[in-house]
Design a protein around this ligand. Structure first.
Ligand SMILES: N[C@@H](CCC(=O)N[C@@H](CS)C(=O)NCC(=O)O)C(=O)O
Length: 242
Protein backbone atom coordinates (compact mmCIF):
# COMPACT_ATOMS: atom_id res chain seq x y z
CA UNK A 1 0.00 0.00 0.00
CA UNK A 2 1.55 3.36 -1.01
CA UNK A 3 1.49 6.39 1.26
CA UNK A 4 -1.83 8.14 1.54
CA UNK A 5 -1.67 11.92 1.49
CA UNK A 6 -4.72 13.82 2.70
CA UNK A 7 -4.56 17.14 0.90
CA UNK A 8 -6.33 20.14 -0.52
CA UNK A 9 -4.12 22.09 -2.91
CA UNK A 10 -5.63 25.41 -1.79
CA UNK A 11 -3.38 24.85 1.20
CA UNK A 12 0.26 25.93 1.06
CA UNK A 13 1.68 23.13 3.26
CA UNK A 14 -0.29 20.60 1.20
CA UNK A 15 1.33 21.89 -1.96
CA UNK A 16 4.81 21.47 -0.45
CA UNK A 17 4.09 17.87 0.46
CA UNK A 18 2.43 17.17 -2.90
CA UNK A 19 5.21 18.68 -5.02
CA UNK A 20 7.90 16.94 -2.99
CA UNK A 21 6.27 13.51 -3.33
CA UNK A 22 5.64 14.03 -7.05
CA UNK A 23 9.06 15.23 -8.11
CA UNK A 24 10.80 12.58 -6.02
CA UNK A 25 8.57 9.92 -7.55
CA UNK A 26 7.34 8.77 -4.15
CA UNK A 27 4.29 6.59 -4.75
CA UNK A 28 1.21 7.98 -3.01
CA UNK A 29 -2.54 8.08 -3.15
CA UNK A 30 -4.11 11.51 -3.17
CA UNK A 31 -6.97 11.66 -0.68
CA UNK A 32 -8.74 14.94 -1.27
CA UNK A 33 -10.05 16.70 1.83
CA UNK A 34 -12.28 19.44 0.49
CA UNK A 35 -11.72 22.35 2.88
CA UNK A 36 -14.29 24.52 1.10
CA UNK A 37 -16.89 21.84 1.84
CA UNK A 38 -15.74 21.57 5.46
CA UNK A 39 -14.66 17.94 5.08
CA UNK A 40 -11.94 18.51 7.69
CA UNK A 41 -14.73 18.74 10.28
CA UNK A 42 -16.46 15.55 9.18
CA UNK A 43 -16.58 12.26 11.06
CA UNK A 44 -14.34 10.45 8.57
CA UNK A 45 -11.52 12.95 8.74
CA UNK A 46 -11.87 13.14 12.54
CA UNK A 47 -10.70 9.51 12.64
CA UNK A 48 -7.56 10.53 10.74
CA UNK A 49 -6.66 13.67 12.68
CA UNK A 50 -8.12 15.40 15.70
CA UNK A 51 -6.27 18.54 14.56
CA UNK A 52 -8.67 18.67 11.60
CA UNK A 53 -6.08 20.26 9.36
CA UNK A 54 -4.31 19.18 6.20
CA UNK A 55 -1.85 17.84 5.19
CA UNK A 56 -1.93 14.45 6.86
CA UNK A 57 0.03 11.38 5.80
CA UNK A 58 -0.87 7.75 6.46
CA UNK A 59 1.70 5.02 5.96
CA UNK A 60 0.01 1.77 6.95
CA UNK A 61 -1.00 2.22 10.59
CA UNK A 62 1.22 5.25 10.99
CA UNK A 63 -0.51 8.61 10.77
CA UNK A 64 1.51 11.82 10.69
CA UNK A 65 0.35 15.46 10.74
CA UNK A 66 2.34 18.68 10.16
CA UNK A 67 3.86 19.34 6.76
CA UNK A 68 7.44 19.73 8.00
CA UNK A 69 7.29 16.38 9.83
CA UNK A 70 5.77 14.76 6.73
CA UNK A 71 8.48 16.17 4.46
CA UNK A 72 11.21 14.98 6.83
CA UNK A 73 9.58 11.54 7.01
CA UNK A 74 9.56 11.24 3.23
CA UNK A 75 13.20 12.35 3.03
CA UNK A 76 14.26 9.56 5.39
CA UNK A 77 11.87 6.85 4.31
CA UNK A 78 12.57 7.28 0.59
CA UNK A 79 16.23 8.37 0.79
CA UNK A 80 15.65 11.40 -1.40
CA UNK A 81 18.68 13.31 -2.73
CA UNK A 82 20.75 14.84 0.04
CA UNK A 83 20.33 18.46 -1.01
CA UNK A 84 16.67 18.50 0.08
CA UNK A 85 17.59 18.03 3.74
CA UNK A 86 21.38 17.70 3.94
CA UNK A 87 23.09 15.29 6.30
CA UNK A 88 25.65 18.03 6.91
CA UNK A 89 24.75 19.31 10.39
CA UNK A 90 25.11 23.00 9.65
CA UNK A 91 23.27 22.90 6.34
CA UNK A 92 20.45 20.91 7.94
CA UNK A 93 20.36 23.44 10.76
CA UNK A 94 19.84 26.19 8.17
CA UNK A 95 16.79 24.37 6.82
CA UNK A 96 15.49 23.94 10.36
CA UNK A 97 16.16 27.58 11.08
CA UNK A 98 13.96 28.57 8.15
CA UNK A 99 11.21 26.12 9.19
CA UNK A 100 11.15 27.55 12.71
CA UNK A 101 11.00 31.14 11.50
CA UNK A 102 8.52 30.87 8.69
CA UNK A 103 5.41 29.75 10.60
CA UNK A 104 4.99 33.04 12.40
CA UNK A 105 6.53 35.13 9.61
CA UNK A 106 5.96 34.40 5.91
CA UNK A 107 3.17 31.89 6.53
CA UNK A 108 1.30 34.04 8.95
CA UNK A 109 1.53 37.30 6.98
CA UNK A 110 1.04 35.84 3.50
CA UNK A 111 -2.04 33.89 4.64
CA UNK A 112 -3.53 36.96 6.24
CA UNK A 113 -3.17 38.98 3.04
CA UNK A 114 -4.75 36.10 1.09
CA UNK A 115 -7.76 36.03 3.42
CA UNK A 116 -8.11 39.80 3.46
CA UNK A 117 -7.99 40.15 -0.31
CA UNK A 118 -9.77 37.04 -1.46
CA UNK A 119 -12.10 35.74 1.20
CA UNK A 120 -13.17 38.37 3.68
CA UNK A 121 -14.94 40.78 1.30
CA UNK A 122 -17.16 38.10 -0.12
CA UNK A 123 -17.79 36.22 3.09
CA UNK A 124 -18.58 39.32 5.13
CA UNK A 125 -19.98 41.53 2.38
CA UNK A 126 -17.54 44.31 3.28
CA UNK A 127 -14.02 45.32 2.34
CA UNK A 128 -11.37 44.91 4.97
CA UNK A 129 -10.85 48.33 6.58
CA UNK A 130 -8.01 50.19 4.89
CA UNK A 131 -5.83 50.50 7.99
CA UNK A 132 -6.08 46.74 8.60
CA UNK A 133 -5.24 45.95 5.00
CA UNK A 134 -2.31 48.41 4.99
CA UNK A 135 -0.98 46.95 8.20
CA UNK A 136 -1.21 43.39 6.81
CA UNK A 137 0.57 44.45 3.60
CA UNK A 138 3.26 46.19 5.58
CA UNK A 139 3.84 43.11 7.74
CA UNK A 140 4.13 40.98 4.63
CA UNK A 141 6.53 43.40 2.99
CA UNK A 142 8.76 43.60 6.09
CA UNK A 143 8.80 39.83 6.32
CA UNK A 144 9.81 39.51 2.66
CA UNK A 145 12.59 42.04 3.34
CA UNK A 146 13.84 39.83 6.16
CA UNK A 147 13.59 36.78 3.92
CA UNK A 148 15.79 38.46 1.32
CA UNK A 149 18.25 39.92 3.80
CA UNK A 150 18.67 37.10 6.27
CA UNK A 151 17.71 33.89 4.49
CA UNK A 152 18.41 34.44 0.80
CA UNK A 153 21.23 36.98 0.89
CA UNK A 154 23.23 36.73 -2.33
CA UNK A 155 22.83 32.97 -2.57
CA UNK A 156 21.02 30.95 -5.18
CA UNK A 157 18.89 29.15 -2.60
CA UNK A 158 18.25 29.43 1.14
CA UNK A 159 21.07 27.12 2.19
CA UNK A 160 23.47 27.91 -0.64
CA UNK A 161 23.89 26.51 -4.14
CA UNK A 162 21.30 23.75 -3.99
CA UNK A 163 17.56 23.79 -3.46
CA UNK A 164 16.28 22.39 -0.16
CA UNK A 165 12.99 21.80 1.63
CA UNK A 166 13.25 25.37 2.94
CA UNK A 167 12.89 26.82 -0.58
CA UNK A 168 9.96 24.53 -1.33
CA UNK A 169 8.11 25.54 1.83
CA UNK A 170 8.90 29.21 1.21
CA UNK A 171 7.68 29.35 -2.38
CA UNK A 172 4.36 27.65 -1.65
CA UNK A 173 3.64 30.17 1.12
CA UNK A 174 4.58 33.14 -1.07
CA UNK A 175 2.26 31.95 -3.83
CA UNK A 176 -0.80 32.27 -1.56
CA UNK A 177 -1.17 36.08 -1.90
CA UNK A 178 -0.24 35.76 -5.59
CA UNK A 179 -3.38 33.63 -5.93
CA UNK A 180 -5.31 36.55 -4.44
CA UNK A 181 -3.92 38.90 -7.11
CA UNK A 182 -1.00 40.40 -5.20
CA UNK A 183 2.29 39.93 -7.02
CA UNK A 184 4.66 39.77 -4.07
CA UNK A 185 7.62 39.40 -6.46
CA UNK A 186 7.01 42.73 -8.19
CA UNK A 187 9.87 45.21 -7.72
CA UNK A 188 11.87 42.52 -5.96
CA UNK A 189 14.43 41.37 -8.55
CA UNK A 190 16.37 39.19 -6.13
CA UNK A 191 13.23 37.43 -4.94
CA UNK A 192 11.93 37.03 -8.51
CA UNK A 193 15.21 35.51 -9.66
CA UNK A 194 15.07 33.08 -6.71
CA UNK A 195 11.47 32.16 -7.56
CA UNK A 196 12.47 31.41 -11.15
CA UNK A 197 15.35 29.20 -9.99
CA UNK A 198 13.06 27.35 -7.58
CA UNK A 199 10.51 26.81 -10.36
CA UNK A 200 13.19 25.44 -12.66
CA UNK A 201 14.45 23.05 -9.99
CA UNK A 202 10.98 21.80 -9.11
CA UNK A 203 10.01 21.58 -12.76
CA UNK A 204 7.86 24.29 -14.26
CA UNK A 205 5.05 21.86 -15.13
CA UNK A 206 4.93 20.37 -11.62
CA UNK A 207 4.99 23.84 -10.12
CA UNK A 208 2.09 25.07 -12.23
CA UNK A 209 0.05 21.92 -11.77
CA UNK A 210 0.27 22.22 -7.97
CA UNK A 211 -0.59 25.92 -8.07
CA UNK A 212 -3.44 25.75 -10.57
CA UNK A 213 -6.10 25.72 -7.85
CA UNK A 214 -4.72 28.67 -5.91
CA UNK A 215 -4.21 30.68 -9.09
CA UNK A 216 -7.99 30.37 -9.54
CA UNK A 217 -8.68 31.38 -5.97
CA UNK A 218 -11.02 34.16 -7.09
CA UNK A 219 -13.69 31.48 -7.51
CA UNK A 220 -13.17 30.10 -3.99
CA UNK A 221 -15.76 32.20 -2.14
CA UNK A 222 -18.41 31.27 -4.71
CA UNK A 223 -17.45 27.63 -4.33
CA UNK A 224 -17.83 27.92 -0.56
CA UNK A 225 -21.25 29.49 -1.00
CA UNK A 226 -22.33 26.81 -3.45
CA UNK A 227 -21.30 24.17 -0.96
CA UNK A 228 -23.41 25.83 1.73
CA UNK A 229 -20.40 26.61 3.91
CA UNK A 230 -20.68 30.39 4.00
CA UNK A 231 -22.48 30.67 7.36
CA UNK A 232 -20.22 28.04 8.85
CA UNK A 233 -17.05 29.91 7.93
CA UNK A 234 -18.15 33.42 8.88
CA UNK A 235 -17.43 33.17 12.63
CA UNK A 236 -13.96 31.80 11.88
CA UNK A 237 -13.13 35.01 10.03
CA UNK A 238 -13.72 36.97 13.18
CA UNK A 239 -10.46 35.58 14.50
CA UNK A 240 -8.54 37.34 11.74
CA UNK A 241 -9.78 40.73 12.85
CA UNK A 242 -8.82 40.34 16.49
N1 LIG B 1 1.30 23.61 10.80
C1 LIG B 1 0.45 22.90 9.89
C2 LIG B 1 -0.60 23.83 9.34
C3 LIG B 1 -1.76 23.08 8.74
C4 LIG B 1 -2.89 24.02 8.39
O1 LIG B 1 -3.06 25.10 8.98
N2 LIG B 1 -3.68 23.61 7.41
C5 LIG B 1 -4.80 24.43 7.00
C6 LIG B 1 -4.77 24.68 5.50
S1 LIG B 1 -3.38 25.63 5.05
C7 LIG B 1 -6.11 23.69 7.28
O2 LIG B 1 -6.19 22.50 7.12
N3 LIG B 1 -7.13 24.42 7.70
C8 LIG B 1 -8.43 23.88 7.91
C9 LIG B 1 -9.16 24.60 9.00
O3 LIG B 1 -8.52 25.30 9.79
O4 LIG B 1 -10.37 24.43 9.04
C10 LIG B 1 1.30 22.28 8.76
O5 LIG B 1 2.33 22.86 8.41
O6 LIG B 1 0.93 21.21 8.25
Amino acid sequence: MPLELFLDLYSQPCRSVYIFAKINKIPFEFRKVDLAAGEQYGEEFGKISVLRKVPVMRDGDFILTESVAILQYMVQMFSTPDHWYPADVQKQARVNEYFSWQHTAIRSHASKVFWFRCMVPILTGAEVPKEKMDSALEDLSSTLNIFEKKFLRDQHFIIGDRISLADLVAITEMMQPVGAGLDVFKDRPRLSAWRDRVKQELGVAAFHEAHEVIMNAASLPQTIENKGMLEFLKPRLQKLFN
